[in-house]
Design a binder for this molecule. Structure first.
Ligand SMILES: C[S@@+](CC[C@H](N)C(=O)[O-])C[C@H]1O[C@@H](n2cnc3c(N)ncnc32)[C@H](O)[C@@H]1O
Length: 288
């Protein structure tokens, strides 16, 4: 398990790349305010089942990007705050909350700074939630997990639904290339991609539109490879109690590899010639 502190320079570089990518991603999503005004909800059954009834619950959504899942939680009656490092994502989320009439608070901050500041304050949360491409941006798990523990009220839960780190061993064409075990930071000169364009309707429940064509991100990114055992180990080490851990043979929405097959409910599976492998995992952990 890592014992290092967060790498803020790396996070700042990633922020620039996320700012550009978020503009491209949102350019493909048809009238999102109307989607929410008409009662639309973006959450998948996996997180809905783990989160349970969120009505009236105080929730912090960590690494919320442009707020679509945050507003989906608010739509279900949660009192929710979204936190993200990207200026573009938080500005978009704030505007979307205004345009859709669904109340939620958004804070632009490095997740490590927000956790430290919130832990030093007196407010506590019933649920901390994070999902779908969050853990791979964390430059250290020990401080992150301790921060989550500290901002939860006693009895409060951390819920994580995440792409499985075994996927990061593969190239897009499924050739095996990278280590499973802790590695990073790994620099990608191409930056955060326009994976919304690559995934099409699967990631745009409000409807897909062409938007930005042939997106090129001018800002490189750094990512981290954290095995599931490191994630769970960090949460246990911080004093949380594991309530559930699950792995899933499909990915929700994201067509990140060649030849992906689409199933029911926007689930995406590997091509026939790839043996079954975990594509997502989930964790629920409680502060005693
Ligand atoms: C793939 S997105 C997560 C999507 C999210 N689950 C949603 O509801 O749309 C990853 C997010 O992590 C954010 N991020 C990356 N590093 C961060 C950091 N150090 N602190 C806060 N947010 C960070 C990015 O800006 C990006 O919005």
């Amino acid at each position: 398990m890592d014992t290092s502190g967060p790498l803020r320079d790396v996070h700042e570089q990633n922020r620039l790349s996320w700012n550009e990518a978020t503009k491209a991603h949102n350019s493909h999503k048809h009238d999102q305010a109307a989607f929410f005004r008409e009662g639309g909800n973006k959450l998948y059954p996996e997180e809905r089942a783990l989160l349970g009834d969120v009505r009236g619950k105080r929730i912090v959504h960590l690494q919320c990007n442009a707020g679509q899942d945050t507003l989906s939680l608010a739509q279900l009656g949660a009192d929710v705050t979204g936190v993200d490092i990207s200026d573009e994502a938080v500005a978009f989320a704030t505007q979307l909350s205004h345009d859709s009439g669904i109340p939620a608070a958004f804070v632009r901050a490095d997740v490590y700074d927000w956790l430290a500041e919130a832990a030093a304050g007196s407010e506590r949360w019933e649920v901390a939630f994070s999902s779908y491409g969050a853990v791979n941006w964390l430059s250290g798990l020990t401080t992150w997990a301790r921060g989550i523990h500290d901002i939860l009220a006693p009895g409060g839960r951390f819920v994580l639904v995440e792409f499985h780190p075994v996927l990061w061993m593969f190239e897009v064409d499924w050739s095996l290339k990278y280590d499973y075990f802790e590695a990073g930071p790994q620099k990608w000169d191409e930056g955060v991609s326009d994976y919304v364009a690559e995934s099409g309707a699967n990631l745009t429940p409000s409807g897909y539109k062409e938007g930005v064509v042939d997106f090129k991100n001018p800002h490189p990114v750094w990512e981290f490879q954290w095995p599931t055992s490191s994630v769970i180990g960090a949460l246990l080490g911080a004093g949380l109690v594991l309530e559930s851990f699950a792995e899933y043979p499909y990915a929700n929405g994201w067509k990140g590899f060649s030849g992906m097959r689409e199933g029911e409910g926007r689930r995406v599976y590997p091509p026939e010639h790839i043996p079954g492998l975990p594509m997502m995992f989930s964790v629920s952990a409680r502060r005693p």
